[in-house]
Write a protein that binds this ligand. Structure first.
Ligand SMILES: [Zn+2]
Length: 294
């Protein structure tokens, strides 16, 4: 502990001067830009670079559970796949805890959810070989070593070198009230984007052969501040079928998983999901926060 009175008048004076100087510098140079970055939603994107028109590019999706990306971005991903883009999906967890079925086990649910994700991706036009499972337990992402988790995702970013990345928007109301995996996954993804960009964050990745990579463009789903809308009307039915492939997440299947009812339930839920799809001026849409700030 520093004894009382150890700080002399000269030190106190210079520290006050330093604080005043810093405040002046921030006021003159930083506050407008900083304020815009921190507190204001990014404006609606009105440029010409429409991702739904891309072809031959690399798209990385980083999702907490095998279904979040289908429900939020399935239409956009179906368009991107049809346009000949290379899409890779990294899934943080196995989703092996979200069932109330008294006879369900974690291992069985893990296998069910894996098969469902593979089927959903197949419907969207993404081969199952393009799914990378990080394999963490459902609901437990916050208890995984964060440094290791960030390195895992940074490694995948550096391996795949995407032109655009889709993930959960950190800090949206959905995150505030929803699952730990969403909160944690959202933050880890943006930290990993940064760690992928700066070679000295994880020098060992470079030693493994994964060079630094700057992700130029990020699309956040589950966003409270969307600024980019994709018209998915033409693939809305495809998205509904892909979403319904995750049938163990719906209705009575959560309480009692019945393999014999899978096909019929998928059809029913696909129709229901299509009817409920978000619309704007009669068109089915998906909304994202498009950002180049990461
Ligand atoms: Zn989820």
């Amino acid at each position: 502990m520093v004894p009382a009175g150890a700080k002399g008048p000269t030190t106190a004076l210079s520290s006050t001067v330093a604080r005043l100087l810093l405040a002046a510098v921030v006021a003159v140079f930083g506050v407008t830009q900083l304020g815009a970055q921190v507190s204001r939603p990014e404006p609606t994107y009105e440029g010409d670079d429409r991702i739904e028109e891309w072809s031959g590019r690399r798209i990385l999706v980083v999702t907490p559970h095998p279904d979040d990306e289908t429900f939020t971005s399935g239409g956009t991903l179906a368009i991107l796949a049809a346009n000949g883009n290379d899409i890779q999906v990294v899934v943080y967890t196995t989703d092996n805890a979200g069932s109330r079925d008294p006879s369900m086990t974690k291992d069985r649910l893990k296998a069910i959810r894996r098969a469902e994700e593979e089927e959903a991706c197949r419907i969207l036009g993404i081969p199952k070989e393009n799914i990378v499972w990080l394999g963490h337990d459902d609901g437990m992402l916050e208890y995984v070593d964060r440094r290791e988790l960030t390195r895992q995702v940074a490694r995948e970013i550096r391996r795949f070198r995407p032109d655009a990345l889709f993930s959960v928007d950190p800090g949206s109301p959905y995150e505030q009230y929803h699952k730990s995996d969403h909160r944690s996954g959202a933050i880890i993804t943006v930290d990993a984007i940064r760690a992928a960009r700066w070679r000295l964050y994880f020098p060992e990745l470079e030693a493994e052969g994964f060079e630094a990579w700057s992700v130029p463009l990020v699309f956040f789903y589950y966003s409270a501040n969307p600024n980019y809308t994709v018209d998915i009307t033409e693939v809305a039915e495809t998205k509904a079928r892909a979403s319904a492939a995750h049938i163990s997440q719906f209705g009575s299947m959560v309480d009692r998983y019945d393999p014999a009812a899978v096909d019929e339930q998928r059809k029913e839920w696909a129709a229901r999901l299509l009817a409920r799809a978000e619309r704007e001026n009669g068109r089915v849409v998906e909304r994202f926060r498009r950002s180049t700030a990461y």
